[in-house]
Design a protein around this ligand. Structure first.
Ligand code: HGY
Ligand code: MN
Ligand code: MN
Length: 411
């Protein structure tokens, strides 16, 4: 069993095949959660899992659980997985690697005729990225009990459509209750999305934790008017106000370096017409910091700054926090297992913290949780150019295989 290894070529081929669903002209993937492309990716994943003798269940948040039975199915399952949804202009690896690494593990166990004591669930968490509904990792947050089901299903996009309705539309509003049962452990494999492992020449990162995050929806209300006739001094231009706010929150980040990081990445202008003065702008703020109290201070600063700008310009303002997750530390026993298995397999590794958020950050609240990072080229992610080396993906997957085998126990 110690000599068991995953099939690197099969893992790579599956990632490439999945990358064809929503492939972009720039070589990446655009497969936003709950789109028809997401449905196609889910269907392919389900087909592959069934071919690997897994039984597939879908919960009410649309997360998919592909179970490889153990010899004792009364034992809590060992979960592994990540997400198949991507950024609008994303890559082939962010999230996808973790889901397909889980699939590769159950395929490897099937080939080897190996049975575990506890069942293994390969999971695809719904809408990790939060592109359309604003707050990511919502399905795993409901699973972990951070939010109730109603909160998850009623998240609305900028046009007011809910996540519940979108799940019905793609036929993935499953019947299973969300979470509420014991999980032996959750392990998520993921590309690092930063430059450290590559620079240090390590194939595996043992992730110790992840920084906290607060996301906001800011609505600026002005008044529409004719671009050719309304004098400048009489205007209440929501976009000019929003632009000042965006510049100001960016300046707050620069003033406090090396933390926090603050990003305004989505903006909706109403009515979005060349010759109408913008009457309303809705924009997102994503802020992150490793210290929870400082992240809260930054949130206050941003709110007060936006209020001043709105008042000065005679604009209305709603500054709404739509998600908040504190900094988390992963389970030491899980991190220790990852380190130990990397050593045993002779794979170079180092401890690392995650700048990005992951479903594992939620699972850590309800189950022992660990994460395995692998390097990605020049740390590039959320970009069509995202790339990783087959040998690093295989190394991370081999570590994951042995960590899971030890946790699930073998017959
Ligand atoms: O936003 C994030 O950290 C992510 O990629 N889920
Ligand atoms: Mn991800
Ligand atoms: Mn991502």
């Amino acid at each position: 069993m110690e000599n068991l290894r995953i099939n690197s070529e099969r893992l790579w081929d599956s990632i490439m095949q999945m990358g064809r669903i929503g492939a972009t002209a720039g070589g990446g993937v655009g497969r936003v959660a709950l789109s028809d492309l997401d449905r196609q990716a889910r269907d392919l994943f389900v087909r592959w899992c069934e071919q690997a003798d897994c039984t597939v269940r879908v919960d009410r948040m649309g997360s998919i659980f592909a179970r490889r039975a153990g010899s004792d199915n009364a034992r809590p399952p060992v979960l592994t997985g990540s997400h198949l949804d991507t950024q609008p202009l994303g890559g082939k690896f962010d999230g996808i690697y973790g889901v397909l690494a889980g699939l590769e593990i159950v395929r490897t166990l099937k080939d080897a005729g190996l049975q575990t004591k506890a069942p293994i669930d390969v999971v695809n968490w719904t809408d990790e990225e939060g592109v359309r509904f604003g707050s990511g990792t919502m399905a795993s947050a409901v699973f972990a009990g951070r939010y109730n089901l109603d909160h998850g299903l009623t998240r609305a996009d900028m046009d007011g459509n809910t996540m519940g309705a979108a799940l019905e539309e793609i036929d993935y509003a499953g019947p299973e209750p969300v979470g509420g049962y014991p999980v032996a452990a959750f392990f998520e494999a993921h590309i690092e999305q930063g430059p450290i492992l590559e620079a240090e020449g390590k194939a595996v990162g043992v992730v110790l934790g992840a920084q906290g995050q607060r996301c906001f929806k800011v609505t600026v209300d002005g008044e529409e008017g004719h671009a050719g006739t309304l004098p400048m001094v009489q205007r209440r231009d929501a976009l000019v106000g929003a632009a000042r706010m965006i510049d100001a929150v960016n300046a707050i980040a620069f003033k406090h370096q090396p933390h926090p990081v603050i990003t305004v990445g989505a903006l909706k202008v109403r009515p979005n017409s060349r010759n109408t003065i913008p009457g309303q702008v809705v924009f997102s703020i994503d802020s992150r910091h490793p210290a929870n109290d400082l992240l809260a201070d930054i949130a206050d600063k941003m709110r007060r700054t936006c209020e001043h700008i709105a008042t000065d310009a005679g604009l209305g303002l709603s500054f709404e926090q739509i998600s908040h997750r504190n900094t988390i530390e992963f389970d030491e026993r899980c991190s220790g297992d990852i380190r130990k298995m990397a050593d045993r397999l002779g794979i170079a590794h180092m401890d690392i913290y995650s700048g990005a958020g992951h479903d594992a950050c939620n699972l850590a609240l309800c189950a022992p949780t660990g994460m395995v990072f692998v390097p990605c080229e020049r740390g590039i992610s959320h970009n069509e150019k995202e790339n990783a080396r087959p040998e690093d993906l295989a190394a991370g997957c081999d570590v994951l295989l042995h960590v899971i085998l030890e946790r699930a126990g073998t017959v």
